[in-house]
Ligand binder design. Structure first.
Ligand SMILES: Cc1cc2nc3c(=O)[nH]c(=O)nc-3n(C[C@H](O)[C@H](O)[C@H](O)COP(=O)(O)O)c2cc1C
Length: 187
């Protein structure tokens, strides 16, 4: 496996983006998709690129208490129950728990409301900082994908943009060793 996409999602929008990025990567390379709760069980020994994404909560990367708010809202509105493990462990906690990575690349994405960033904040810089702190080299410009409201849906064209981003990263990854690579893949 060359690439691994790890995501956190309460309402399913970040999950849809993660699926589209994975589909794009798979045009050129072997790629696996994993919710953050399952990511620690995956063998990453041959993974060159880890793409990590999460929803924006409270102007930044989600925390246990913001995931609790979302889980309670979901329980109020439907029969669906968010597993306690998904509330306890998000991308923030997963990144902190990673052992030091050597020679691996990372790329970050988030979802956020479809308004100017000044109003919405964004999780993506915290995700990227977490990747760097864990030893990853940054492979591509971080990306934010927009949702129309807290529960979605994704804004028009975002699935296609996510797939194209995955494709661009996959093409760069698939270049033979020694080929000239841009510092950051086109996004
Ligand atoms: C507790 C909570 C706080 C949120 N705060 C923000 C915010 O500060 N900025 C923003 O753009 N979106 C915010 N949102 C909306 C989320 O970005 C949106 O629910 C998310 O992108 C949907 O992704 P998901 O379907 O994968 O959970 C918040 C959502 C929740 C549940």
């Amino acid at each position: 496996m060359k690439a691994l996409v790890v995501y956190e999602s309460m309402y399913g929008n970040t999950s849809q983006i993660a699926q589209a990025i994975t589909a794009g990567l798979r045009v050129s390379v072997d790629a696996k998709l994993s919710p953050v709760g399952d990511a620690k069980t995956i063998d990453v020994s041959d993974v060159q690129l880890v793409v990590v994404g999460a929803p924006t909560h409270a102007w930044g990367l989600s925390r246990r208490r913001t995931r609790e708010v979302a889980a309670n809202e979901i329980a109020k509105r439907s029969d669906q129950r968010i597993a306690a493990a998904s509330v306890a462990t998000g991308v923030r906690e997963w990144l902190r728990g990673l052992t030091r990575q050597e020679g691996r690349c990372g790329a970050a994405f988030d979802t956020r409301l479809d308004r100017p960033r000044f109003f919405t904040g964004s999780a993506v810089r915290t995700v990227e900082r977490g990747l760097v702190a864990a030893g990853f080299s940054i492979f591509a410009e971080p990306q934010s994908f927009r949702v129309g409201g807290t529960t979605g849906p994704l804004a028009s064209g975002e699935i296609e943009r996510a797939r194209a981003w995955g494709e661009a990263m996959g093409r760069t990854l698939a270049q033979p060793a020694g080929a000239e690579r841009p510092e950051r893949a086109a996004s």
